[in-house]
Design a protein around this ligand. Sequence first.
Ligand code: ACO
Length: 375
Amino acid sequence: MYVPSTVVTNDAFVKMGLDTTDEWITSRTGIEERRLVGRDEPTSELAVKAARRALQVADVHASDIDLIIVATCTPDQVMPSTASLVQDKLGAKRAGAFDLNAACAGFAYALNMGAAQIESRRAKRVMVIGADELSIYLDWKDRGTCILFGDGAGAVLLQSADTPGILTSTVGSDGSGAGLLNIRGGGSKYRVNGNGAGPNGTAKHRAPAGDQYLRMNGQQIFRWATQMMTEAAEQVMRESGLKPDQIDLFIPHQANLRIIEATARKLGLPPEKVFSNVSNYGNTSAASIPIALCEAIDAGQIEVGDNIVLTSFGAGLTWSALAVHWTQEIPTGGKSPWTPFRQQLDSRMAAVQSALKRQERRVRSTIDERLGREP
Ligand code: ACO
């Protein structure tokens, strides 16, 4: 996992002049602080840092990755995908790469897709990353949203194995709730570009003021999220034959402590089996589950043989849940003492190779132009 170094406490909002209090935010959401990115930290940077750590822990070379999926709703650019930028920065020469947008449910969706690639033998190793910077889209005057979110990234390396780790999973969507949580500006409907009329008479559309911000109906999302996370978790528990007393750890999407506690109560899970770090990071969107997973491992809350249920919800509306049987020895920071050095070398090499390729492309096209060669 990787989170930016800037810590923003609830009091910072009060100091900023927002009509709120630390007491309100803590009691209504469980959030005490969150991390926010600086100017030159695009989503791909967070994703790469988390992915490098995952490779280090797994002691795997970037060139051994077959596929990179970046779950994000805050990509660096509309195109190319953030996953392609990550692939280049990691030096994952053999990997295919694409982004997946299921908002906060994105990481659980991506785990499902990555596991399916391995189960169908199309890939042996899939890097699944959840990375988001929703702070970029927050309206700092809207006290109902700006206090909720933080930035971060988490990564998991999936590998083929004899014993299945992901027992079962589900994904779902209900687009009738699209208006409950959205960022409208910047897409093909609410355009931000001012290109003028095209040959077909397409008039320029500018997004109405404010459409660049995240907007949300908090109360409706709250009610729906508790119900949907419960139903999705119940479904994967039923399908994998796990009873509540066989669940060792429940890791729900970290959006609001009250949603987490209500969901756990409905599932019949005691508080000690429920992981939460929402107090430290707020809602980091697609990064929330992998960050929680990493911290649960670091806290010694996951052991080989444990059954874990992950469940999440997000804009769309979307939801996903997975039942996981933890089969991997708990990583201790890399098997070989050379791993960190090799990794540093790998990332330098990746940067050099990428620069050489760009240079080669430039030289080739100049030569072709001079010689009048067709491409
Ligand atoms: N400080 C002080 N008062 C506030 C604040 C704040 N930061 N925010 C809202 N209030 C006020 C409201 O204006 C309202 O005042 P009023 O009664 O005078 O009108 C009052 O508090 C109660 O507002 P509610 O919306 O009923 O408060 P609620 O208890 O529902 O908490 C919250 C609001 C925290 C947003 C909650 O509804 C929530 O967490 N919803 C789920 C949101 C969520 O998880 N979204 C992420 C989805 S995942 C993704 O894909 C991005």
